[in-house]
Design a binder for this molecule. Structure first.
Ligand code: AMP
Length: 210
């Protein structure tokens, strides 16, 4: 069972959704408005590729094929980044966890380090719209995985490996499902309201426990 709770004053969020659902864009806005640190595993992995290290070369093989990068690499790199920012106001995990295995390991580490996750936001977008968005983004993203056949593969990987996480997190009462079909502003408005509400709930709970 996953232990998600609030403590130590940090407010950490997991934002997940299929490729093209707007995770990156929305995470950047949350980070800006709430003064949180945005941790995107996709970006962390692309940085490894850019530095052309041995790990980077291996990572590229998976990303370019639309497969998930092996858990040990992702977990090591993400934890390193998360620990660097463990004293801030909050972290946004964008694109992590992506498998139930990652979520399990993550929960154990969070518990040990007392870096709690206050809420899990799932963005929902139809496959047609995802495909349309990524094709349009591909024109200037420069991403090697924004190609037609790889986009299908990534959406498929999401369906089979990441979507089961929705049930995993539904059980602990912190899951908020938001439609990502509207404009960036509208979706952000909903996300912001749900974060404000969760912060309010947590503060009220802490006041009552004093
Ligand atoms: P994203 O930028 O979130 O779309 O991620 C781009 C690619 O990076 C994905 O298609 C995966 O190959 C890889 N990736 C990102 N996050 C993870 C993760 N948590 N676990 C495994 N692979 C990941």
């Amino acid at each position: 069972m996953c232990h998600i709770y609030a403590g130590r004053g940090m407010f950490n969020i997991i934002l997940f959704g299929p490729p093209g659902s707007g995770k990156g864009t929305q995470s950047a806005r949350i980070a800006r408005d709430f003064d949180f640190v945005h941790l995107s595993t996709g970006q962390i992995l692309r940085n490894l590729i850019a530095h052309n290290t041995l790990t980077g070369k291996l990572v590229k093989k998976y990303i370019d094929r639309g497969y998930l990068v092996p858990d040990d690499i992702v977990l090591r790199e993400l934890f390193r980044e998360a620990m660097e920012h463990s004293e801030g106001r909050g972290l946004i995990f964008d694109g992590f966890p992506r498998t139930v295995y990652q979520a399990n390991i993550f929960d154990r580490l969070l518990e040990k380090k007392e870096i709690p996750v206050a809420m899990v936001i799932s963005l929902k977008v139809t496959d047609d719209e995802l495909f349309r968005r990524i094709i349009s983004r591909a024109k200037d993203s420069g991403r090697s995985d924004d190609r037609e056949e790889i986009i299908f593969k990534r959406i498929n990987t999401y369906e089979t490996e990441t979507k089961p996480l929705i049930e995993y997190y539904r059980g602990n009462g912190r899951l908020v499902e938001i439609s990502g079909m509207a404009s960036v502003e509208k979706v952000y408005g909903e996300i912001k309201n749900s974060i404000d509400a969760a912060m309010h709930r947590i503060n009220r709970g802490q006041d009552e426990n004093r």
